[in-house]
Structures are given as C-alpha cells and as structure tokens.
Design a protein around this ligand. Structure first.
Ligand SMILES: Nc1ncnc2c1ncn2[C@@H]1O[C@H](COP(=O)(O)OP(=O)(O)O)[C@@H](O)[C@H]1O
Ligand SMILES: [Mg+2]
Length: 410
C-alpha cells in the first residue's frame, strides 16, 4: 500500500530555474540574458523588460531586413510591380495610336486562353518600343520588360535590372553565364507568382534581333524555356523585333507551331499628316510632301520633320533620303552587277506592279533560293510574318527606285 501510494504520488516538477540551467551550454549565455528577468531569484525589474524589448525589436528588425532583401523577395516585389520602363519621349510629343495600344494591352494582360508566346514585329523605327512602354504605363503590373542591349555580353545585366536587382546578387552567379542565372531566377519567380496569384507573369524581350546573328543559341534557350514552362503556363513571353530572320528562326522549331503575331505598321496617310501638323507644327502642304517621300513610318516622318524645322528645304530632305537609301542598296548588294542585282530587280518590278508578293513565290525570280534570303534581311523589302508576304519597305525606297529607273525598272 505504502509502496503503491509512493508510486502514484505526483512528482513535483523541477523549478523553472533548473529547467533553464539544463539547456545546452552553447545557448546558455543568450538564454539567461533574455530570460533572467523570469528567474525566481532575480525578480524582473523594469530595466530587464526594456532590455528584452530592445533585444527582440533588434532581432525582429534584422530578420525583417534580411527577409526584405532576400533575392526571392526582391524579385517577387519587382515582378508584382512590373519593370515599368521609362518612355524616351515626353507625353506631349507622343502621337496616340489607340488601336495599337489596345492590342498591346490585351497581350500584356493574360487571359485563361492566352497563348504562352507572342511575336511583336515591325520594321525598325515604326514605334514598337514606344508603344510597348506606353501600354505598360497602364497594364505594367506583373510584366517584366527586358531590353536586349547592343552589346549582348550585357544581356544578363539588363535582365537582372529589369527585375530590379543586380546580377551579382543572384544565386549561382559566377558559376553560370549571367543571363542564364537571371532567366533561372525569373522562372522561379514566375512559378511562385502563378501559385500565389493564379495568373502567369509576362516577360517582354525587346530588340531580339540583337541575338539573331551571333547569339542564336540564347534566343533558342529563351524560346524553349517558355515551352518547358508551358505545361504549367507559368509565364507568357513576348519577343519583339524587326528582322526577317527573327520570326523565321522562331517558327523553325517543331514545337513552336502556332505562333501569334502582332505586326505594328505604318501610320495611315491621314495619321501621318495629322502627326506632322499636330506634333511638329508643319503646314499641311509640306506635311503632304514629307509623307510622299517617307511614307508612314513614324521615325522617318520625325526625322524629315526635324530636318524641315531645322531649316532644310524639301529638296535637301530629298537628297538626304536618296543618300540613305543608296547606302541600303549597297548594303543589300543591289547595285548593278552585284550579287543580288538581277534577283532584286525582278522582285522590285513585280512589287511595283502588285504591291505585295508571297514569300513562296520568290523562287520564280532568277532561280531565287533560300540562300538568297539575305536580300530580305536588308531594309529594302519588308516581310510580314503573319501573311508571309513581302512588300517594298517604304515610300523612300520606292522614291529611290523611281529616281534610278534606268537601273531598276524594266
Ligand atoms: N506614338 C509616337 N508618337 C511620337 N513619336 C513616336 C511614337 N512612336 C515612336 N515615336 C518616335 O519614333 C522613333 C522610333 O520609335 P521606337 O519606338 O524606338 O521604334 P522601334 O522600337 O519600332 O524601332 C523614336 O524616336 C520615338 O520617339
Ligand atoms: Mg525598339
């Protein structure tokens, strides 16, 4: 009985002080510092409470700073806000293009049935980057805008910058090429974003042409990354460029069957005249003359308008345009007796008659073969990827051809 009673007797718990002293020795110093006010023999004084308060405040703020500055956290914050690239022109100089803007806003606002990839195409100077930046002012959240730099060695840097981080902050930097590290970080951010918000991130690669000649493998990897993530639709990639070779390369991959294109084209005649009069204060009669020389490419209009404003005559502008186009003809090897002269002349004449030709019809012209595609990479002809048609690139080209009719018109 006695024995039993002893067993059933509840064992007294050791005093708190003893429990604390049995803690592993390593944390002893800090735990006694923090908990000493609670020890039975040292009654907590207001001073102790203040110490605890300061210490916990310090710990809390340090961990908050570390958390806020962690790579993932910073990227996550950046992707939520979006890159919001700065516009290169002031809003009073910007000529509104509402239809282009609406289409871009749709592309940058992913819907359930959105395609995971897009190509925004249009000749150099047509206003792609400006329109994209303008659209991002309205729908830039969750959109990363990466400008591929002229020096592609700096691609990783600008990729990281687009995510509001420097490339040296990224995990894996030093072991891998910077752009790969940035892409991996973006892929992780896209996965987290999709899990958190249920919609894909959007990434825009502007100036993709800069990768097409020397760094095609980078473009291929950017492309396959989207397709790999496609199953989960973590992100949508928009590739922006001007060169004929770029959509050709992208559509050459088997898995990339149904590319969606949005081509940004010339301003209409009315828009061009309206742009020159409202934004450049040019009289309608002169605006008409400029349009007849340049066509509706906004950069060509802008340059001619600025020439006129700076005191040049329409005749001076004509001479300048002739020289510019002559450079392009030389570059495209279209001078008489040069490599593409015969082929080019035949295509030019066909285009003067019919305005546009199907790419698949080109073989008809002087045994045109794929090796002649170089001629399409120069700025004489414009390629329209959605329809596979080619046209003359601009009114300036047509003007030069007519001025040199004895060489180029049958
Ligand atoms: N909507 C616009 N209104 C006024 N100027 C424009 C507009 N779009 C483009 N520009 C001007 O035309 C030039 C080329 O535009 P940009 O967007 O760089 O063309 P792209 O990216 O197609 O090569 C720039 O100098 C820009 O300021
Ligand atoms: Mg651009």
């Amino acid at each position: 009985m006695h024995f039993r009673r002893r067993i059933l007797q509840p064992r007294l718990l050791p005093p708190l002080s003893q429990v604390l002293f049995i803690q592993p020795s390593r944390s002893y110093a800090s735990s006694t510092f923090l908990l000493s006010p609670f020890l039975p023999f040292s009654r907590p004084s207001p001073k102790h409470y203040i110490k605890i308060f300061i210490a916990s405040g310090f710990l809390l703020s340090t961990s908050l700073i570390l958390y806020e500055n962690s790579e993932n956290r910073r990227i996550d914050k950046a992707v939520r806000k979006g890159t919001l690239p700065e516009l290169d022109i002031s809003s009073d100089k910007y000529y509104p293009r509402p239809q282009v803007l609406e289409q871009l806003k749709k592309i940058f606002t992913p819907q359930k049935n959105s395609r995971p990839y897009y190509i925004i195409y249009g000749k150099h100077g047509i206003g792609k980057s400006t329109s994209i930046k303008m659209a991002l002012k309205e729908v830039g959240q969750g959109v990363i805008y990466v400008d591929i730099p002229l020096d592609t060695n700096d691609f990783g840097k600008s990729f990281a910058k687009a995510m509001n981080i420097t490339v040296s902050d990224l995990t894996g930097y030093n072991k891998n090429e910077p752009w790969k590290v940035a892409l991996n970080a973006f892929e992780r951010a896209a996965k987290d974003y999709k899990a958190k918000y249920g919609r894909p991130l959007v990434i825009i690669y502007d100036n993709v042409d800069r990768l097409i000649h020397k760094n095609t493998q980078i473009l291929d990897i950017l492309q396959s990354s989207v397709t790999e993530c496609d199953i989960k639709k973590n992100y949508i990639a928009v590739f922006v460029g001007s060169e004929y070779l770029f959509p050709q390369r992208m559509s050459s991959h088997g898995y990339w069957t149904d590319l969606d294109y949005f081509e940004i084209g010339d301003l209409t005649e009315n828009e061009s005249i309206d742009y020159l009069s409202t934004k450049k204060n040019i009289k309608v009669a002169e605006a008409n003359k400029i349009y007849e020389l340049t066509g509706g490419c906004i950069e060509d209009l802008e340059i001619a308008a600025d020439d006129l404003i700076s005191g040049q005559s329409i005749e001076d502008i004509k001479q300048r345009i002739k020289m510019d186009v002559e450079h392009k003809f030389r570059d495209a090897k279209l001078f008489p007796n040069e490599k593409y002269y015969e082929t080019g002349r035949n295509i030019i004449n066909a285009l003067l008659k019919s305005k546009e030709l199907c790419l698949t019809e080109l073989w008809k012209y002087s045994n045109y073969s794929d090796s002649d595609n170089e001629i399409l990479s120069k700025s004489i002809f414009a390629y329209h990827p959605e329809t596979h048609k080619i046209t003359l690139q601009s009114k300036s080209i047509e003007y030069y051809i007519r001025e040199n009719a004895k060489y180029y018109i049958e």
